[in-house]
Ligand binder design. Sequence first.
Ligand code: EPU
Length: 311
Amino acid sequence: MNCRASWLKQAKVKELLSRHTTFKIGGPAEFWFEPKNPAELSRLIKIAGNKNIPFFVIGAGSNILAPDSGLKGIVIRLNKDYFKKTEFRKGKIFCGAGVMLGRLLSCARNFGLGGAEFLSGIPGTVGGALTMNAGVNESVEVSGCQSVREKTKQKTKSIGDLVESVLVMDYDGGISRLRKSGLEFSYRSSNLSNYIILSAVLKLTKKSKEEISADIAQYLARRRQTQDITLPSAGCIFKNPPNQSSGRLIDLCGLKGVSLGGAVISTKHANFILNKGKADARDVLGLIDLVRKKVKKKFGIKLETEIKIWP
Ligand code: EPU
């Protein structure tokens, strides 16, 4: 049996991406593959490279809009045990790319390690969170300013702040460890998007379990209070422009509640698009386009999507 046949045998064919995205949107992936370990992943990446087969890596699918027509190529999910390990040593946590952030937080709490509580309620994996430098963006109201442009200042807390090193695979299947000095994190972006993240070492700080629990509860409560988490979505659709909130700008355009097909702009947080049940990617793209046009016209600001629109 040649190598290609061997991975093909393990891959699922025509796996619906709507089953793997929090938006519950997306047609079939030609192949769906969950490697058991880095060696298996490396073999696959090399074959894909040699045969010019496109591949896509998916985490928890919480920041992706997948096309209705599906994807040609291989969608890879690091979901097997090897990629879901966590280990604590000397205030550091060694975690696989496939670990869900919620699990990371509860393990850290059990070890009395804090500092990552701001990630509470983000429905992502460590790998996905690192790639997009997930975090919270705490807007601080600036009093006395009249212009919408000056109304808020933003304080961000992102997973990149916690990173010591990341083990990555390049697109030739080679593995290397990137230390802090080689890592670049900025608002919802990193230089890790050119790699497949295998695992990471995060540095946390000693904190009592009670204090960690209280902070997690506070972050979750704030999320429940301000964000629409009752229907499928991909979280915030647009990045915030500097010192601005996309939610506020979209709200000021009067777009809350506007719907297209099965998709609707949340009435609770205008930077959320919800799937009312039967939305497809076309509906969401239509709303994205409408929002961009209205915000550009009213404020002269070009919104940039935070979600990844595949392919
Ligand atoms: N606002 C409105 N109308 C709305 C939504 C918000 O006027 O429809 C106002 C709020 O009242 C507030 C300001 O806009 O004064 C900012 O809103 P919020 O505090 O909800 O924060 P955000 O900037 O919209 C950011 C992140 C969220 C993160 C929260 C909380 C981005 C794009 N969004 O939202 O992240 O959870 O801060 O820290 O950076 C995500 O990345 O998917 C995401 C949801």
